[in-house]
Write a protein that binds this ligand. Structure first.
Ligand code: GDP
Length: 194
């Protein structure tokens, strides 16, 4: 039984003018590429096609919008941290991200996906500083927690929460073991409900 049974792909945007109308409520997912963002979207929505859409070649650098029920959307922001993308693509990515993150009124909450084994990257820290400044409701998912033992899990959770402070709440997550999936979904549903 899908957890977001109505979820369906809406559109992909390469330019801000292609964004769907800025109304309703959106929860956006962001993270370093390979952190496990698609797997998390998949596990939380219960819809494998959502993640597949996001992984379609050519779509990984776009903003992908998914409709839930009326006026509610999940948004998959392009992954950051590609080591070898050309400077021009980095500039485009930055423009697209800034246009969305800074101006989107429908954006009510952000989910930052991090690989629990890597902990915070520099970009993750910048993102936390930014959301802290804006008081945007934010959740950090420490993914692939199935790869850590109990004491490692406890340590990374504590360390990331210490850095996040008031800016975000933090939880362990595993798409493989389904750890924290219900918790993440509950948080998202609450954010969408307002
Ligand atoms: P994305 O680039 O952030 O969308 O990352 P993906 O969801 O494609 O995942 C990147 C890699 O990590 C893939 O090989 C996944 O199978 C793996 N992965 C994702 N989530 C988990 C998880 O919870 N546990 C484990 N062990 N591997 C995971």
């Amino acid at each position: 039984m899908p957890h977001f049974p109505e979820a369906q792909f809406l559109t992909s945007s390469w330019q801000p003018h292609q964004f769907p109308p800025d109304e309703g409520r959106e929860v956006a997912f962001v993270g370093r590429s390979n952190a496990g963002k698609s797997s998390a979207l998949n596990a939380i929505s219960g819809r494998r096609d959502l993640a597949r859409t996001s992984k379609t070649p050519g779509r990984t650098q776009l903003i992908n919008f998914f409709d839930l029920k009326s006026g509610q959307r999940l948004v998959d922001l392009p992954g950051y941290g590609y080591a070898k993308v050309p400077a021009e693509m980095q500039r485009h990515w930055q423009h697209l991200m800034t246009s969305y993150m800074e101006k989107r009124s429908a954006l009510v909450a952000l989910v930052i996906v991090m690989d629990a084994r890597r902990g915070l990257t520099e970009f993750d820290e910048q993102m936390l500083t930014w959301v802290g400044g804006r008081s945007l409701k934010t959740r950090v998912l420490l993914t692939k927690s199935d790869k850590l033992n109990r004491s490692e899990s406890t340590r990374v959770l504590r360390d990331v929460q210490a850095v996040a402070g008031e800016a975000a709440s933090v939880q362990l997550f595993s798409a493989v073991k389904k750890t924290g999936v219900e918790e993440a979904r509950g948080w998202i549903l609450a954010a969408l409900a307002g």
